[in-house]
Design a protein around this ligand. Sequence first.
Ligand code: ZN
Ligand code: ZN
Length: 423
Amino acid sequence: MTTTPHTPLTSGLDEQLPGLRALYEDLHAHPELSFQEVRTAGIVAARLREQGWEVTERVGGTGVVGVLANGDGPVVLLRADMDGLPVKEQTGLPYASTRTAVDRDGNEVPVMHACGHDLHVACLLGATAQLAAHPDDWSGTVVAVFQPAEEVGGAPAMIEDGFLDRFPRAEVCLGQHVFPAPVGFAVTRPGPFMSASDSLRVRLHGRGGHGSAPETTVDPVVMAAAVVMRLQTVVSREVGATQTAVVTVGSIQAGTKENIIPDTAELLVNIRSTTPAVREKVIAAVERVIRGEAATSGAPKEPEIVRLPSFPVTVNTPEATAAVTAVLGDVLGRDQVITLPEPLTGSEDFGCFGTALGVPSVMWHFGGADPALFEGLGPADLLEQGLPAGVASNHSPHYAPMPEPTLRIGVTTLLAAAAHWLR
Ligand code: ZN
Ligand code: ZN
């Protein structure tokens, strides 16, 4: 089990941990969907005020921003995201969520903190408490951002709501995300760290009719099947072997009955890429395949292709990332911090803050899984082999980071990274 070194900013953290754990379990039991984080935001705002932070609520919907000015020095932005996911929790934890909510389409869905954002909120509130309690041990200004709706891109909503002008302008943006590696392990990467994500809603138009007389119809089910199969060639035939992209059709919907050929079919397509050039190329190829297959089928109408919320590539600024990597090494041990050879295929909107501000930005991932599940696999083995079977990843109904010592580590890494600029 990892122990974290004590620094002036972490003194008193041990006494804070039982309260943080109770907060974490409460947040976990009460997840809220993207842009519906009203209860969570209320708890965050109340805690920040108790700690002595200047608090602004309802930034970009349900976002909360805390500012603590403590003398001369840089302005550092620390960010946590707050939203849960429409997933039915199956962890069996005593504090598991049994909640449901109504999503944007009006459907009642189960809700779960399946991405660990509850842990991020608890860690940042732990860090803000430590910063407020130890003003003599740092100098500068901290902007604590509790962002709504990371899963659907809530950072741009805060920026559109005047974030840049309403709060002190940060000189560096720092963010962390829990992931299913052993607790005490962390990864980051200078340059592209996480992929761009683009999603499309595609409506294919055919001409419906009786299932016994397909010659009188244009069958959108066959058209959709052809699109899905042909899309598999975009990455394999059009993206270079040393480049990275993913094309996934996550949803396909058409028809109601076996003997009715429907009028339309709908596809939801997700695209991941790590460079602007590949991103543009793959999106263009996907659109070309969709239009081409519709034309080949004799579709009576062009397909409708709607862009859904997208995420840019999360780019870590090299110099600042080197500093954070060294700091994480001090906290966790050098061999526990890995610089990834390739960007991850997951996506984030954290990078939007640094991009909008035009300042350095660093994100890292820290482990939250029970080391016993990894049977002696070291960081290098994990990079090569991936997760062992039985370890749930983010977004799984079984995803359950260990509260301890992950909370302690998450608070300590945030403080240590911030202290690099605030000392
Ligand atoms: Zn997520
Ligand atoms: Zn997440």
